[in-house]
Design a protein around this ligand. Structure first.
Ligand SMILES: *[C@@H]1O[C@H](CO)[C@@H](O)[C@H](O)[C@H]1NC(C)=O
Length: 381
């Protein structure tokens, strides 16, 4: 098990590449309302079968690191909205989505419906199972697991609520590039069965493209990024029994920590308690009337709702005053066409002999049970 954790920690080289993607500003740039949110969805950490390997013996017995639902909401200048939720789960679930939409309808009316809410799983094979309604997916968990289901529905709903409440003007940047060392074809021998004419059309035997969206708040700067890349969530093998977001969940956490570390100077400055008088001193260009309006907006209206109708420059003052409330950077590593892609880039080896598995059949001495993939952090124990 320890070796798998090393695998995750040593995702760093890919991760540095991704940081580079983040720094590049290319393509589209226009004004949107953008909100990001993140909420825990860990679920039951003991005695629940894990979703992914469909192995009855793989039962959760603790936590490697907690799982999250990360959401972005974008509203375009015409007011059209889209919600995208990336969950640290093996896959999304129709019954979870239906329940989430039902909750959103009760809370926001027709703002968020099945037409503009997308929920996507990272394909970790180390999360609790039992949250899907179709029999084939809940055989190894011996049926539906209410605790798994509730943790997902509650966490996704809360993540969307946070994103909704964080909606503010900002820009979106799009970039893409090749990430070469984070995935290999999981059956190169099967790939070779494709006609050579077909194979000659492609540079590699898997899709190497990563696409990244970067969200930049008009006042706060970068507030998050979501990227899509095809590689299986199987850095943690089926011998693992700790709940984990696998490579994508780990990458998301490394990215969020990296961002916080590189912005601590700014944060410390922001955490200095502010008084109204010093803010007036800092913003002499703001019209006095707007400032009064702004100050007035700090008092809740009688219905218990904050007064929000303020002019745009007053809004800027307000956001400057509230900078200390800036939410944490939200970084999601989302899954895409990973069907044939393994993160175990060193290849597959036999547990007993240490030799490579049979190339054409992925077996060791004719049996597949002992053949395991190895990733970049593999250490012989
Ligand atoms: C794999 O199968 C192909 C096609 O049957 C064969 O030509 C090749 O020698 C096999 N490779 C190995 C390493 O067994």
């Amino acid at each position: 098990m320890t070796k798998e954790i090393y695998n995750l920690v040593r995702l760093r080289s890919s991760f540095l590449y991704i940081s580079t993607l983040l720094l590049l500003r290319v393509h589209s740039h226009s004004e949107y309302l953008i909100g990001l949110g993140s909420y825990d969805i860990t679920g039951p950490a003991a005695d629940v079968n894990m979703m992914g390997y469909a192995d009855m013996e793989q039962v959760a017995s603790g936590i490697h690191f907690r799982l999250r639902a990360r959401t972005f909401i974008v509203s375009d200048p015409q007011g059209k909205r889209v919600v995208f939720v990336n969950i640290d789960a093996c896959m999304a679930s129709q019954i979870v989505t239906l329940k989430v939409i039902e909750r959103l309808k009760a809370r926001y009316g027709d703002l968020y419906t099945e037409k503009n809410v997308a929920i996507s799983g990272i394909h970790t094979h180390a999360g609790p199972g039992g949250y899907l309604q179709y029999v084939v997916y809940i055989v190894t968990s011996l049926g539906f697991v209410r605790q798994s289901f509730d943790a997902l529905v509650d966490g996704i709903e809360n993540s969307i609520i946070l994103a909704h409440e964080n909606l503010r003007p900002g820009s979106i940047f799009l970039n893409s590039g090749e990430l070469l060392d984070a995935g290999v074809n999981r059956s190169p021998s099967a790939y070779l069965n494709n006609p050579s004419k077909e194979r000659s059309k492609h540079k590699y035997d898997t899709d190497k493209e990563m696409t990244l969206l970067k969200f930049v708040d008009d006042q706060w700067g970068p507030v998050g990024s979501f990227n899509w890349f095809a590689t299986h969530g199987t850095s943690m093998s089926r011998t693992n029994s700790l709940i984990s977001g696998d490579n994508k969940g780990a990458a998301a956490r490394l990215m969020e920590d990296w961002f916080e570390q590189h912005n601590t100077a700014e944060r410390e400055e922001l955490e200095i308690p502010r008084r109204v008088s010093s803010i007036i001193g800092n913003h002499q260009d703001i019209h006095e009337e707007e400032l009064m309006l702004e100050l007035a907006s700090y008092f809740e209206s009688q219905l218990g709702r904050p007064a929000t109708r303020v002019s745009s420059s007053a809004r800027r003052v307000r956001s400057a005053m509230r900078k200390a409330d800036k939410p944490g950077f939200v970084s999601a590593f989302c899954q895409t066409n990973c069907g044939d892609v393994s993160p175990n880039v060193l290849g597959a080896f036999c547990l007993d002999t240490g030799l490579p598995c049979d190339f054409n059949h992925s077996t060791c001495g004719g049996r597949n049970e002992l053949c395991y993939g190895r990733g970049p952090g593999y250490t012989k124990i």
